[in-house]
Design a protein around this ligand. Structure first.
Ligand code: NAD
Length: 374
């Protein structure tokens, strides 16, 4: 009843005082849903970068209750037309990479989800923030910690949220392991193993171009083991060691890592041993060992269903499309101030970038790199 009244109030407001509504920042004037299964604010999202993952997010958002795809930003006019008819996107919510700063004058878009090649994230997120819109950014948030800090600073200055597309932070089996660990069911955590890799195809793709990817497998898939080690162990690493292996220097050029093995030490005494690779398939596994029990996820970070088991038996949490849950949860974070169980904010993205910087440094120097992540 209360939200229906709110909804009607919004309607009345928009009918009698349009100039007032359009002068408000979109983040202050929420669009409300008033359907049988959800009554409340809806995050209106524009996707920037209509590639393969952007398409996956758009499809998943069809099932969102609290988030809605309302706009696109793309450099390819034919894709814009295709998305307009597929997702019912009005012309006034379509932009390209040159003109998207004008989104600041569009009260019908609350947030922009940046899903472009890695090296573009920093400047694009900063422009989104300067346009007064919340930014959701794909992983890796930037190319290094310096970029990450600049992005956080710009979003703080513009008073908008910066969230990173860490979809596993909302996955039910993953969260169940975190619950078990927090409640002491695994005992003292002593070891984590993270294996993240796939066989990469087309040698001409941006993922194998240092300028666009910022590195190789570590930036793209190894980051899942970096991030996973942190949320599975529940602590921040205090040192890193790492070694690189390259079997195909033609495909994996200078600065594009093919395989990196890396190790972390944690303040509580746990150690982690991880692998990031572009040269092996069937490599998507997390294993956490404590002195009272263990937890295993395999697959651990693919699009699912995620399969898990612990010393107590199989994990049976049902599969829900990750990006649907993620976008509904991100709507709650941005519009309702919800605190997620595992953070997905810019600071969280920055922590992974600090660690990745240290991994590359450890590869280069062959030395153990100490870390201080607060
Ligand atoms: P993709 O190549 O399929 O799509 C990238 C899009 O960016 C394309 O539409 C392309 O046209 C556009 N683009 C804009 N400027 C470009 C430029 N200068 N060069 C090349 N392309 C340009 O890539 P993707 O798989 O969709 O990955 C995009 C981002 O999403 C990456 O940061 C990646 O790490 C991330 N990603 C995340 C997940 C996840 O599960 N969270 C999964 C896949 C990709």
């Amino acid at each position: 009843m209360k939200s229906r009244r709110n909804f009607l109030q919004k309607l009345t407001l928009s009918a009698v005082s349009l100039p007032l509504v359009s002068s408000l920042q979109a983040k202050d004037a929420h669009f409300w849903a008033d359907s049988a299964d959800y009554q409340g604010p809806v995050l209106r999202v524009a996707i920037m970068g209509l590639g393969s993952y952007g398409t996956r997010v758009a499809e998943a958002m069809k099932d969102c209750k609290k988030a809605k795809l309302v706009g696109v930003i793309s450099g390819t006019p034919s894709k814009i037309t295709e998305w307009q008819s597929k997702y019912n996107i009005p012309e006034k919510n379509c932009y390209n990479y040159e003109n998207f700063d004008a989104i600041k004058d569009n009260p019908d878009i609350d947030a922009v989800y940046v899903i472009t090649p890695n090296s573009l994230h920093k400047d694009q997120v900063i422009r989104v923030a300067q346009a007064g819109k919340h930014a959701i950014c794909e992983k890796p948030m930037g190319l290094n910690a310096k970029e990450g800090r600049e992005m956080i600073e710009a979003c703080k200055k513009a008073n908008v949220h910066l969230l990173v597309g860490y979809r596993m932070h909302f996955e039910a089996n993953t969260l169940e392991i975190i619950r078990m660990r927090n409640e002491g069911e695994l005992g003292k955590v002593l070891f984590f193993q993270g294996l993240s890799g796939f066989k990469i195809g087309d040698p001409t793709q941006w993922r194998l171009n240092k300028e666009l990817a910022g590195g190789g497998s570590m930036m793209d898939i190894g980051i899942y083991s970096v991030n996973g080690a942190r949320y599975m162990v529940g602590e921040e690493p205090i040192w890193v060691t790492a070694q690189e292996t390259k079997t195909d220097p033609v495909k994996f050029k200078e600065g594009v890592d093919e395989t990196i093995q890396f190790q972390f030490g944690f303040p509580g005494g746990a150690v982690a041993s991880c692998l990031s690779t572009y040269s092996m398939g069937n490599l998507d596994r997390f294993f956490l060992n404590g002195d009272k029990g263990y937890a295993e996820l395999q697959p651990s970070t693919g699009y699912g269903p995620i399969k898990g088991r612990t010393h107590k038996g199989p994990l049976e949490k049902p599969h829900v499309t990750h990006q649907t849950v993620q976008m509904d949860e991100m709507s709650d974070i941005i519009l309702a101030g919800k605190k997620p169980q595992v953070p997905v904010d810019g600071e969280e993205g920055l922590k992974d970038l600090i660690i990745i910087d240290a991994i590359y440094k450890a590869v280069k120097t062959g030395k153990k790199v100490p870390l201080k992540i607060v």
